[in-house]
Design a protein around this ligand. Structure first.
Ligand code: PLP
Length: 371
């Protein structure tokens, strides 16, 4: 291996770090942004009832029904829908579009960059700044980027970008990928572009993983113009997604499931408000940006030490220094019900006070808290 290759391998390993590595069994998990530890009963029952169908290949008819259900849910034509093995499959497919220059907005989910860089696509990192509240500054996106990737709401900052600003990134000859893996956790999905059939080159990726606590299944879908979807999926194998994935997408797109998701999104907002109020009392800790997703990005003094101390107390939070643009003092915390989050905030208060006292006696009392 050349030193360049070794450098890339090391950087790739960092970019491929995910919260599940931080959340070792036995710890209370604030590291993984999945809403619960298992799917709701009705969804498990539905999947269990489909097990006998595993005796046949996934049917084109079920695929069509799943795409129709997604299309109905987002007011699109079924030809604008492709069912995926999670949003992650959508990222893995991007290199087949043969972009000449990809712009990936950071801090953001790192898998799109890994997929593109692995395929030899030049990647420009668009780094948003804490001073701007991690708001998107469109002028930072290179004019010649023919592929742009951004998350909305963005993991890990939890910032929700205005749909109008995202629309403004579309250009003739450019594919605009909006990762909406967390969009269903925002009540009413006000900034979603899932229904926007009028934006040229737009590819919206959605996930069932987070709200439905379904990471083990791999289920999501892409929404876009049929010609773009055909290019994206041209090298997929036959029967690209399994019957249970199709069944889950169909089930989670029904009106009753959408009503359930809406309730869960409202609940997440209430839990987040309680969490933010509690965090505001923790000296030395700052909430970065205004969170709109089911997780918050924190900045603490000596994040590595704080994280280790929390682990000692039985709690896992996500290190965030693996996201380009963030530091070892950034931590990401999933929104959980107050009875689960309360002990975390208490532990953070204790640990931050200790760390602040060690770093600079007296600093704990003076550190700014921003909500
Ligand atoms: C922002 C974001 N997008 C996409 C994904 C992947 O979603 P899926 O599980 O549907 O592949 C994740 C998973 O962590 C994520 O955080």
């Amino acid at each position: 291996m050349t030193s360049h290759e070794t450098g890339y391998a090391a950087e790739r390993a960092v970019l491929r770090h995910h919260g599940d590595v931080d959340a070792t069994p036995g710890l209370v998990d604030f590291a993984v942004n999945v809403r619960a530890d298992r799917p709701p009963r009705w969804l498990r029952d539905r999947l269990a009832a489909a097990l006998d169908a595993l005796g046949s290949y996934p049917s084109a008819e079920l695929d069509a029904r799943a795409r129709q259900a997604v299309a109905d849910r987002h007011h699109r034509h079924p030809d604008h829908v492709v069912i995926l093995n999670g949003a992650a499959e959508g990222f893995a497919l991007l290199p087949v579009l043969r972009p000449r220059l990809a712009a990936v907005v950071h801090p953001g989910f790192t898998e799109p960059e890994v997929a593109l860089a692995d395929a030899g696509v030049p990647v420009h990192r668009v780094l948003l700044a804490a001073e701007d509240g991690y708001a998107l500054r469109p002028e930072l996106v290179p004019a010649d980027a023919d592929l742009v990737v951004i998350g909305n709401p963005t993991n890990p900052t939890s910032v929700l970008h205005p749909a109008e600003v995202l629309r403004g990134l579309a250009r003739p000859g450019r594919v605009l990928v909006v990762d909406e893996a967390f969009a269903d956790a925002v009540p009413g999905e006000p900034e979603s572009l899932a229904a926007a059939a009028d934006v040229p080159g737009l590819l919206v990726l959605r996930s069932l993983t987070k709200t439905w606590a379904l990471p083990g299944l791999r289920a999501g879908y892409a929404l876009g113009d049929p010609a773009l979807l055909a290019r994206l999926t041209r090298h997929r194998p036959p029967w690209p997604v399994g019957t249970l994935t199709l069944e889950a997408v169909l089930a989670c797109s029904q009106p009753a499931a959408l009503a359930h998701a809406a309730e869960l999104a409202d609940q997440a907002v209430a839990h987040r408000a309680e969490l933010l109020a509690a965090l505001a009392t923790v000296p030395g800790l700052r909430v970065e940006a205004a969170p709109r997703g089911p997780f918050v990005l924190l900045r603490v003094p000596d994040g590595e030490l704080v994280r280790a101390e929390l682990r000692r107390r039985g709690m896992a939070v996500r290190r965030a220094d693996t996201f380009p643009g963030l530091t070892r003092d950034h931590l990401r915390v999933a929104v959980r019900p107050p009875e689960v989050a309360g002990p975390l905030v208490a532990a953070l208060a204790e640990v931050c006070a200790e760390v602040c006292a060690q770093l600079r006696p007296g600093v704990a009392a003076r550190v700014e808290v921003r909500g």
